[in-house]
Design a protein around this ligand. Structure first.
Ligand code: F0G
Length: 417
């Protein structure tokens, strides 16, 4: 992977990093801690971006399109990268849906095109590289499915053991199959994602494994790349709004961090309105947003067809609310019916196959337009986080069964009439 090395670029490799508490700014050295030992706050990597200020976006364009193009913004040594060539996903112009829902311009960042079919690969390539740096021999996560599929694949690539905890009976088939297929130890736990995360965090505290949920501050560092790619694809023209589904709230926080860093280095001079979408059956952050609060109250029994975001106690919820308030964005919830409608619309109108949680972004935009919260004159990017094939059962439930016929033209014509 020598193409991602520092080369002649100043700041080509960014190892001037510190892990700090997001709340009290204390520096935390122990890689096995996932919260501040003083105030229990969330952790974050802070980078020295001084050398990057000498650079321009065009300095990175000769590198392959994908996560590792952006090494000046990554806190790991690229010579140790564990990569499946993640990122570099398409940004589709979706004029048909834009016209249908009545917004000037809509693009979809299609994260289903990642190696394991979701945006998680962006954070995982960096997270597992960090695991290799610190010499971890066992990694683990709790997951609604995609994180486990991604971690299992990257752990396999790195030759590191992997344990995943999944909420029993609530993980889409494709994701479950992936985690098992890539060789992770898979345990279904009684309870929901929040219960599984609490358990695996205890295991990490006991040093049984290195935790690679998005609460690990190295994960969001890789996830920043989705924003960096969008800006590259738009030639650094800022969209008015970026809409994304919110589960554990790592992704929206990562996108916000990327925006702050681009402002710091002077590559952009404003921010799009970050807009988070939750399912109506699991909407703790929407409740807070509507009440104008910076904290949130966990939802005890989250429920939604979009199992990826079936989360009642989003670990990075406070960061997500900060991202939304400080960019003038919004939080909105959508019903299962609205999610499934949007999923079908993406498939039938644009040929874009996304899983239900991903369709929540488009459903949320549609609702904000209808309610007059989002302006019809906006240019919007929706991040569609995962591939439709992740959840074949939900996809099939939306469709008629295939017709059957004898292998003769007349019989086929008869069947489709
Ligand atoms: N979309 C998909 C397809 C997801 O899998 C997730 C999260 C999200 C959106 C929400 O992202 O948590 O960063 O706010 N899935 C996690 C998992 C929780 O375990 O795979 P978030």
């Amino acid at each position: 992977m020598d193409h991602i090395g520092g080369g002649r670029l100043p700041g080509g490799v960014n190892l001037q990093r510190r892990v700090r508490c997001w709340e009290c700014h204390r520096v935390v050295e122990d890689p096995y801690l996932d919260a501040c030992p003083s105030c229990n706050g969330l952790l974050e990597v802070s980078l020295d971006l001084e050398p990057v200020k000498e650079m321009a976006p065009s300095d990175l364009r000769s590198r392959p399109f994908g996560v590792w193009r952006y090494t000046p913004f990554l806190p790991v040594d690229p010579s140790m990268a564990v990569s499946l060539q993640e990122g570099g996903t398409p940004l589709y112009a979706c004029g048909g849906i834009a016209a249908d829902i009545g917004v000037r311009a809509l693009s979809v960042k299609y994260e289903g095109a990642n190696p394991t079919g979701s945006f998680k690969d962006r954070g995982m390539t960096v997270g597992i590289t960090r695991a290799r740096e610190i010499g971890a021999d066992m990694v683990g996560c709790a997951s609604t499915g995609n994180t486990s599929a991604s971690l299992a694949a990257y752990a396999a690539k790195a030759g590191i053991g992997c344990l995943v905890l999944l909420p029993e009976g609530k993980v889409a088939l494709g994701k479950l199959a992936q985690a098992i297929f890539y060789g992770a130890k898979v345990v279904s736990v009684e309870g929901n994602f929040d219960d599984a995360l609490r358990t695996i965090r205890e295991m990490a505290e006991q040093r049984i494994l290195y935790l690679l949920n998005s609460i690990n501050p190295f994960r969001p560092e890789g996830q920043k790349s989705v924003l960096l790619e969008i800006m590259d694809q738009l030639d650094y023209r800022l969209p008015d709004r970026i809409v994304l589904p919110v589960g554990n709230a790592g992704n929206i926080s990562a996108v916000h961090k990327a925006l702050k860093e681009l402002v710091e280095v002077g590559w952009i001079d404003g921010m799009p309105m970050l807009t988070g979408v939750q399912a109506s059956g699991s909407r703790p952050l929407v409740d807070s947003f509507q009440a104008g609060r910076r904290g949130f109250t966990p939802e005890p029994g989250p429920e939604t067809v979009a199992t990826a975001i079936r989360i009642g106690n989003p670990v990075s919820g406070r960061k997500a609310l900060d991202a939304i308030y400080s960019t003038g964005g919004a939080a909105v919830d959508v019903s299962d019916e609205e999610i499934l409608d949007a999923q079908l619309m993406l498939g039938r109108r644009e040929g874009v196959g996304v899983e239900p949680a991903s369709a929540a972004s488009v459903a949320g935009l549609r609702k904000l337009i209808d309610e007059g919260v989002a302006d019809r004159d906006e240019e919007v990017v929706c991040i569609c986080t995962g591939n439709a094939l992740k959840d074949p059962e939900t996809m099939m439930s939306q469709c008629v069964r295939p017709y059957s016929a004898r292998p003769e033209v007349s019989a086929v014509m008869e069947a489709i009439r």
